[in-house]
Design a protein around this ligand. Structure first.
Ligand SMILES: [Zn+2]
Length: 85
């Protein structure tokens, strides 16, 4: 299996979350997330943000834009969005 780094996780995240990724790369990301806490937190945050968008917004944001924005925020704050402490 190919190894990927943190930047590749981010690059492929929209497809990963969109479940359109080829299985091999999906596995590579899962494997990366299993050993990289930073990316795991980031992916969890992005996933939650996307769910919130889909629930509360009638605006259809492009998946790629949503992922990049959410990932940037998650990296900036290093925790779930919306917590005020
Ligand atoms: Zn990573």
């Amino acid at each position: 299996m190919e190894k990927i780094d943190c930047d590749q996780v981010l690059d492929q995240l929209s497809e990963y979350l969109d479940e359109e990724m080829r299985a091999e790369l999906c596995e590579a990301i899962k494997e990366h997330l299993a050993r990289c806490q930073d990316c795991k937190v980031m992916v969890d945050s992005v996933r939650k943000t996307i769910v919130l968008y889909q629930k509360h917004s009638t605006i259809e944001l492009p998946m790629q834009a949503t992922v990049k924005l959410s990932a940037a925020l998650a990296r900036e704050y290093g925790r779930e969005p919306g917590r005020a402490d």
